[in-house]
Design a protein around this ligand. Structure first.
Ligand code: NAD
Ligand code: GLY
Length: 371
């Protein structure tokens, strides 16, 4: 076992009967071989990473995995949201087949949400399902995308439109890897952390407001608490509604507007977390116009999103009838039913649900937020 930079670690459990698994949070986890001791036995492990993360962390992970697997392979994908597609997914299947990987092979997703979502989808479908482990290296992936089993790729017409629910065996959130994360990516992760406050936990929202400077300064204790509380809330939601038949949709607060921004601008222009940050402001305004929350709460959330280094003004996606373009894009959303757009809105500060809204009101919000 390698020595940890400090020994404090916490664990959050995802409770889904035989699909249950732990999320381990702490420093020095990647190279600690004891983390891998309870994984299913196999001869081969495939680490899937990308051209940015692999040079930083693949050697450390590979060395630890070599104590458990005879063969440890590494596949480095091109980096970016624009590569979360069929062609790049195919590279994972190519590597698995070319190396004669059997159905016990364990996949390790070493990277942010893009690598995690694609590796998870590959694991769900290779030989109808092989085990996989999430080793998230962005803040966003540690607090959201690596947890809960949503896996997907994008389609040019819609974000995350092709995928599967497929749970990992383990999630390892190593705090040390966050030291190399660019500031813009740190802010993107803060968007998903902030999200948990208005939808589920006002005390956590208070805590984020008080500790935002420490989070931006990457204080390990603050980060560890934010990751733990975010994962606890996500575990509570996913434990009740794994396949998003109801409650789980609240985790998409801000995402209907945010996904429209991401796909409307072209994947990779705005980061996912940036779309979510601005999308939460838009969804809060829509909630306010429906009389569900008051303006001071919307302004409070807007201030926090801005302080986190995230955009609060939405981009214009088309010169003529910009709101119409948003509406077109938002109709291609997994929550839409019979062409009707459905939003996650705040019922009150600290609680959310899925609702539809009159189109003129939605247009009003888009026009206001795009000013
Ligand atoms: P990302 O995976 O693109 O990573 C962001 C950037 O940071 C990349 O360039 C990456 O190479 C780099 N990077 C990663 N770790 C690093 C590190 N430690 N040091 C330096 N650079 C590092 O983006 P993301 O924000 O992690 O994830 C966004 C994706 O996650 C989107 O595709 C989104 O749809 C998806 N997502 C999925 C879920 C889910 O439940 N499955 C939830 C939220 C978001
Ligand atoms: N990120 C939304 C979900 O996992 O449901």
């Amino acid at each position: 076992m390698q020595e940890n930079s400090h020994s404090a670690r916490t664990q959050v459990q995802i409770s889904l009967a035989e699909r249950s698994y732990p999320i381990v949070i702490g420093a020095g986890l990647l190279g600690d071989v004891s983390n891998y001791a309870h994984l299913p036995a196999a001869s081969t492990a495939l680490i899937v990473s990308n051209t940015t993360v692999a040079p930083l962390y693949a050697a450390q992970l590979k060395a630890a995995l070599q104590s458990r697997y005879v063969k440890v392979l590494l596949l480095s994908l091109p980096d970016g949201e624009g590569f979360k597609d069929w062609q790049t997914l195919q590279l994972i299947f190519d590597a698995l087949l070319r190396n004669g990987c059997d159905r016990k092979t364990v996949l390790f997703a070493l990277g942010g949400g893009v690598v995690g979502d694609m590796t998870g989808f590959a694991a769900a479908s290779y030989m109808r399902g092989v085990p996989f482990v999430q080793v998230p290296t962005t803040l966003l992936a540690q607090v959201d995308s690596s947890v809960g089993g949503k896996t997907a790729i994008n389609h040019p017409l819609g974000k995350n439109m092709i995928g599967a629910f497929y749970q990992p065996q383990l999630v390892l959130c190593d705090l040390d890897v966050l030291n190399t994360l660019p500031s813009r990516e740190l802010s993107a992760g803060l968007a998903e952390i902030i999200k948990y406050g208005p939808i589920a936990d006002l005390a956590f929202l208070d805590w984020i407001e008080s500790n935002l400077d420490a989070l931006l300064a990457r204080d390990p204790a603050a980060l560890a608490h934010a990751i733990q509380r975010s994962c606890e809330i996500k575990a509570w939601v996913v434990g009740q509604d794994e396949r998003e038949t109801g409650l789980r949709a609240i985790l998409n607060f801000g995402h209907t507007f945010g996904h429209a921004i991401e796909s409307g601008l072209g994947y990779g222009q705005w980061l996912h977390g940036e779309g979510v940050g601005c999308g939460m402001v838009m969804a809060a305004h829509l909630s306010q116009r429906l009389g569900l929350v008051d303006l001071p709460f919307v302004e409070r959330l807007t201030r926090l999103v801005a302080r986190a280094g995230l955009p609060v003004k939405a981009p214009v996606l088309r010169a003529a009838d910009n709101a119409g373009r948003y509406l077109e894009l938002m109709r291609i959303d997994k929550k839409s039913e019979a062409g009707e757009i459905r939003f996650v809105l705040l019922d009150q500060p600290g609680a959310a649900s899925v609702r539809s809204a009159p189109e003129p009101l939605v247009r009003e919000v888009i026009d206001f937020c795009c000013q």
